[in-house]
Design a protein around this ligand. Structure first.
Ligand SMILES: [Cu+2]
Length: 353
């Protein structure tokens, strides 16, 4: 849910972009490094036609009902969708999500993102017909350890920092009751385990948490950072739980929802749209000074390492560079960060609207 290593933010950066930024798709900048001439356009959920929204939801549900590829590796995996949750629990990934949606599940559009903003609770993303369904049923006190069923002490601490189990600003906490995922069983989690532990998809929408995190025109602040170090630090939060990354996780997952769990959050389908907007924000920031920023990367290779050592002493870590190899496991193999710096270079060919 909260600050993670750079690796997470670099690959699946998400945030709270507000407003739209015209991407110069026709500019020389965009074509200089790549043969990508007809990039797929990624749109904000609200900008998609109902049929497009439906086809994305259908593709996600298809992923959830198609056999996975890593069941031998991770006991909890029952579907292609679960492959990604398992990989996130063991590491993290986003890139290959797109490939499976398209090849295995025939999704033809751009991957949507979600602009987290002031109208959080009324966002059409929570629509039962043209969205991902709404809040979980109200639970006054979600109990001391529901979110923290994890072997990691850091994760246990995480679950109790932003919101107490009886936080008065909570609005849900139980299982999602409507929409396409009302009967969905999340295969793994909550927490840092890939064992099979089917459970309902819980949400605990918390608009006041979002307001707290996204005040002060946060996305403008993020985009104004002078270099990647400051950019990623702003997205992840200089203090625990205080960032636009947290806003989307805690705003949807609250005290006990899957989205709040730093390991198993991809069990929540909205996870991908939230990280989609972080990715967009990163791209927007890069394009402000493409020449310098296409190669600007850094940060620790280890979770909760400096400067995200929220729990005290930093574990040992190295600063990543463009040559750092990201291990995307069975799904994606090894990829250098350098191969993931440009949305219209190498394997990628997409822009944003
Ligand atoms: Cu995240």
């Amino acid at each position: 849910m909260f600050g993670n290593s750079l690796l997470l933010s670099a690959l699946v950066v998400f945030g709270s972009a507000t407003g739209t930024f015209a991407i110069p798709t026709g500019s020389a900048e965009y074509k200089a490094d790549s043969p990508c001439t007809e990039p797929v356009v990624r749109k904000e959920w609200r900008a998609m036609a109902p049929e497009q929204q439906q086809s994305y939801i259908d593709a996600v549900k298809c992923m959830q009902s198609t056999s996975g590829k890593t069941a031998e590796l991770y006991a909890g995996v029952r579907s292609l969708y679960d492959d990604f949750q398992a990989l996130h629990i063991s590491q993290t990934d986003n890139i290959h999500w797109v490939r499976e949606l398209k090849t295995a599940c025939k999704y033809a559009g751009g991957i949507p993102y979600w602009n987290t903003n002031a109208a959080f609770i009324g966002s059409p993303i929570f629509d039962a017909t043209h969205g991902f369904g709404g809040n979980g049923g109200y639970v006054r006190d979600t109990g001391p350890d529901r979110l923290a069923s994890s072997s990691s002490s850091a994760a246990s601490k995480l679950s109790h920092i932003a919101m107490a189990s009886d936080d008065p600003s909570a609005t849900g906490g139980g299982c999602v009751t409507d929409g396409p995922f009302a009967d969905y069983q999340v295969s793994m989690g909550p927490g840092n385990s890939t064992a099979y532990s089917p459970h309902c998809l819980a949400r605990d929408i918390n608009p006041s948490f979002v307001r707290q995190m996204l005040g002060r025109a946060e996305s403008a602040q993020v985009l104004a950072q002078p270099d990647f170090w400051h950019f990623t630090r702003r997205i992840e939060g200089a203090t625990l739980g205080n960032s636009c990354h947290s806003a989307g996780h805690g705003g949807v997952g609250g005290r006990a929802g899957e989205m709040s769990n730093p390991y198993s959050s991809p069990g929540e389908p909205i996870f991908y749209l939230h990280h989609g907007v972080l990715d967009k924000l990163w791209n927007e920031w890069q394009r402000k000074d493409w020449h310098a920023r296409k190669a600007d990367i850094g940060g620790p290779d280890t979770q909760f390492a400096y400067p995200y050592n929220y729990f005290g002493a930093s574990p040992a870590y190295k600063n990543v560079t463009l040559d750092f190899e990201m291990n995307l496991g069975e799904i994606g193999g090894m990829k250098k960060i350098n191969q993931a710096m440009d949305t219209v270079g190498g394997e990628f060919c997409y822009t944003y609207e």
